[in-house]
Design a protein around this ligand. Structure first.
Ligand code: SD4
Length: 346
């Protein structure tokens, strides 16, 4: 996984400051034209995920299919932070959180799900076949099995096993990441870990897509914070926390310290700012400012990044700390990675 990420970064992905995104998405320009289809996702690893989603979008497929298949593609790879290869909780079990939302306010979610490879597809199944939004734990697992999902081994991936053994030495429970971790000096899942080549290992995957029918959908999938307390659920499976889609206005997703996102109903807030006429970038910035205002001193110790896409195909992002990247794929020119602006500059 790490290797393949490096490879695609070498193959033409451009890391650009978010300001160039803002320029290319200036509101006057975008008033005239809709950029569709388009898919955006969290982190630089989103570029490979966008590629899968793009295949569906460019063939006039639906945004909901694009975000599901994109999310599946990363759930199927071994990495620290999404799917069964992710870092375990402090008892050594991998537990997955995911949610999905379509253009009609339909939503589905799973949390604390074990031994199932594609939580996003279980979430979609819940959305489409039950009267409910969210299933958790054993109930979600039983639902998945009864709907044909395979029960997988609960053995940790080689990387996760190595990380877990390292963690066990001190068994320090520190649910709030610090800046060192954010900068990749310590490999904690809630922060992206810096690789040898200077790029970042990714974190939670959030995807937002606008299809040729101008319908929006989104998906968010994660193994949650590494070495978390057993049973801990973050923002990623929470509708309005890790993901929100309002087909009249726009969509938003988040990555980072889930507890902080939940506190302000983060992605719902971002969408509401867009409803008030703010651009995706401004909306994300206002939501981050809201978060920082709660406790400016504490805010320096955690990372949260918001990513938003509006109905016109404009996108933008903003984070508490530097280091939050996002991937944008539109047109046939391929994808680009952008570095988000942040509230704190270092
Ligand atoms: C969580 N938001 O479980 C997820 C983790 C994450 O970047 O996104 N980390 O809180």
């Amino acid at each position: 996984m790490y290797k393949s990420r490096r490879k695609f970064l070498q193959h033409g992905a451009m890391i650009l400051p978010a300001i160039s995104m803002i320029t290319s998405c200036s509101s006057q320009e975008e008033e005239k034209a809709t950029t569709a289809p388009i898919v955006v996702s969290t982190w630089d690893s989103g570029l490979a995920v966008n590629k899968i989603a793009w295949e569906i979008l460019k063939n006039k497929g639906k945004a909901i299919d694009a975000v599901e298949k994109g999310a599946n593609s990363i759930e199927n790879t071994i990495n620290c932070c999404v799917g069964l290869g992710g870092n375990p909780d402090r008892d050594g079990h991998v537990t997955l959180d995911a949610c999905i939302m379509d253009e009609n306010y339909n939503c589905g979610s799973v949390a604390f799900l074990e031994k199932i490879k594609n939580p996003i597809s279980v979430a979609r199944k819940i959305m489409e076949t039950t009267p409910h939004v969210m299933l958790v734990g054993e109930g979600a697992y039983q639902f998945a099995i009864s709907n044909g999902f395979k029960s997988e081994s609960d053995q940790l991936s080689a990387d996760a096993s190595k990380e877990y053994k390292k963690w066990l030495v001190k068994s320090e429970y520190k649910p709030v990441i610090n800046i060192e971790k954010q900068q990749g000096k310590v490999n904690n899942h809630a922060a992206p870990a810096k690789l040898e080549d200077g790029s970042f290992n990714h974190d939670t995957m959030g995807l937002l897509a606008l299809d040729t029918q101008l319908n929006l959908s989104g998906a968010c999938t994660t193994s949650g914070m590494g070495f978390k307390m057993r049973g801990r659920v973050g923002d990623s499976p929470i509708i309005g926390g890790g993901l929100y889609v309002d087909n009249e206005i726009g969509a938003a997703t988040s990555s980072g310290q889930g507890e902080e996102v939940i506190r302000i109903c983060g992605t719902h807030l971002v969408v509401e700012y867009m409803r008030m006429g703010k651009s995706p970038h401004e909306a994300c910035k206002l939501a981050i400012e809201r978060l920082v205002k709660i406790n400016p001193v504490k805010a320096k110790t955690f990372q949260v990044g918001f990513l938003a896409l509006n109905k016109k195909g404009e996108c933008g992002a903003y984070a508490v700390l530097p280091g939050f990247a996002y991937s944008v794929t539109k047109g046939d020119e391929g994808g680009q990675v952008f570095q988000s602006e942040s509230y704190f500059k270092d």
